[in-house]
Design a protein around this ligand. Structure first.
Ligand code: BGC
Length: 427
């Protein structure tokens, strides 16, 4: 390799050993990989970390160095606090993992970069589902790239525990309770749960969905006070209390992945959680159908509540635009979408990715999502930021959390308080 003239001159005037010179020349090509991205995210569990590894490796192969900014805490509440601090201090990350209405907040503040040029070049309008585009774009401009679609109305069951409990997969509420009862008789914790507000809300929203898709829409999406304080909502709280009765005594503040670990180890029978839980089963080398079973929460078959992780690009100056573009293009690459989502437990954020590399739960996830979308039964998740802005979500979390942690709060009072709290958050 020929050294540049200036370097050559310096070489002559400096007393450098020939070994040093050749190693400096060898380093030269690597200097080309000067692009780097600092990404704020909350993927800190084993399964999440494995999926993140797929993204890091992909970017590094494209010459983009990954600067990690992890903020532990399921569903990202802690991450949002850190992000607010960073942006307020005038030091936003290159990119951040965001969910629906949080993304909307940053869009409104005008702090996100415009990705329209690459969106047009890459043809995103045609392949990214409209339900996601609604959040990726603001006032017609692309500001974020969806990396996946998660659905939240799943139950994850330990197969050996299920077999001991009679082997029948429940299809309705009574069947579900009968399964939990059988787990109890077999001496294992029936229902693995973490007592964090978003985990309780994940269970709660599945119960609401199981009482009817119209009910979910009017209560969670439209936040109609009549649906929030209704006989059906009283039933929803009654059922939440029934499930609370099947948890162990130590559920308080347990992280979601530790609850998943209870099911993995067979200490517990089942967990209701979004399909990021599948990432934990896979990390433990468990096989769907053989070691664990994934079903929709009984009563919600045919419908889904969804959330999509999106990487928003912050306005961090022109010098960073190339790195941001490279990251955005990499995230939407169909091959990457398959490789990443196979590990993460989610499904691709594009409609043109084959399901051939996905396991049975992944294939089911893709099929359920496509069908639900076609039939108008795909709804934003309240627990994961796709049904309402943070203030309303917080109001729902608060009432559900108080109910879950109280032994004597009446379901009818909880429903009345829910309507009141949501109204106050909206005013
Ligand atoms: C995110 C997932 C994440 C989960 C648990 C959800 O809100 O969409 O990507 O794995 O929270 O942290």
């Amino acid at each position: 390799m020929k050294a540049p003239f200036k370097f050559k001159t310096r070489m002559l005037t400096t007393v450098l050993s020939s070994a040093l010179v050749s190693s400096a020349l060898l380093l030269a090509p690597a200097a080309k990989a000067a692009e780097s991205v600092e990404v704020l995210h909350w993927w800190t569990s084993g399964g999440e970390g494995a999926a993140l590894g797929v993204l890091k490796k992909d970017l590094e192969a494209k010459g983009v160095t990954w600067k990690d900014m992890p903020v532990a805490g399921g569903a990202g509440d802690a991450a949002m606090t850190v992000l607010r601090g960073r942006v307020t201090a005038g030091n936003p990350p290159t990119s951040a993992q965001l969910l629906g209405f949080d993304l909307r907040d940053w869009q409104k503040q005008g702090v996100l970069a415009n990705l329209n040029d690459i969106a047009a070049k890459e043809g995103w309008d045609k392949v990214i589902p409209k339900a996601l585009q609604e959040f990726s774009k603001y006032e017609g401009n692309w500001t974020a790239v969806p990396v996946n679609v998660h659905t939240t109305n799943w139950v994850w069951i330990n197969k050996a525990a299920l077999d001991k409990a009679g082997g029948k997969v429940p299809t309705d509420w009574n069947g579900f309770v009968a399964m939990l009862e059988a787990f109890k008789k077999n001496g294992i914790t029936p229902f693995a749960q973490g007592g964090q507000n978003w985990q309780e809300a994940t269970v709660f929203e599945a119960i609401v969905l199981s009482l009817g898709t119209d009910f979910y829409k009017s209560a969670m999406i439209d936040q109609d006070p009549k649906a929030l304080n209704s006989a059906k909502m009283v039933t929803a709280f009654d059922r939440l209390r029934v499930l609370r009765g099947y948890t162990d005594a130590n559920f308080s503040n347990r992280d979601w992945n530790l609850a998943t670990a209870m099911v993995i180890k067979g200490e517990a029978g089942a967990q209701m959680m979004g399909d990021w839980a599948k990432g934990e089963f896979l990390r433990a080398n468990m096989v769907p159908g053989k070691d664990f079973v994934c079903i929709r929460f009984p009563g919600t078959q045919g419908a889904v509540t969804f959330n999509a992780d999106q990487f928003a690009m912050f306005k961090v100056g022109d010098s960073m635009r190339n790195a941001q573009n490279l990251m955005a293009i990499a995230v939407e690459d169909p091959k990457f979408q398959s490789a990443f989502n196979v590990v993460k437990g989610s499904v691709p954020a594009r409609t043109d990715v084959s399901d051939k590399d996905f396991d049975d739960c992944g294939k089911k996830g893709m099929k359920d999502l496509a069908e639900a979308s076609k039939k108008g039964k795909m709804f934003g998740s309240m627990a994961h930021g796709y049904a309402a802005p943070a203030a309303v979500k917080g109001a729902v979390f608060d009432v559900v959390d108080r109910f879950f942690n109280s032994k004597d709060m009446k379901s009818s009072d909880a429903a009345a308080e829910l309507a009141k709290a949501v109204a106050a958050a909206k005013s």
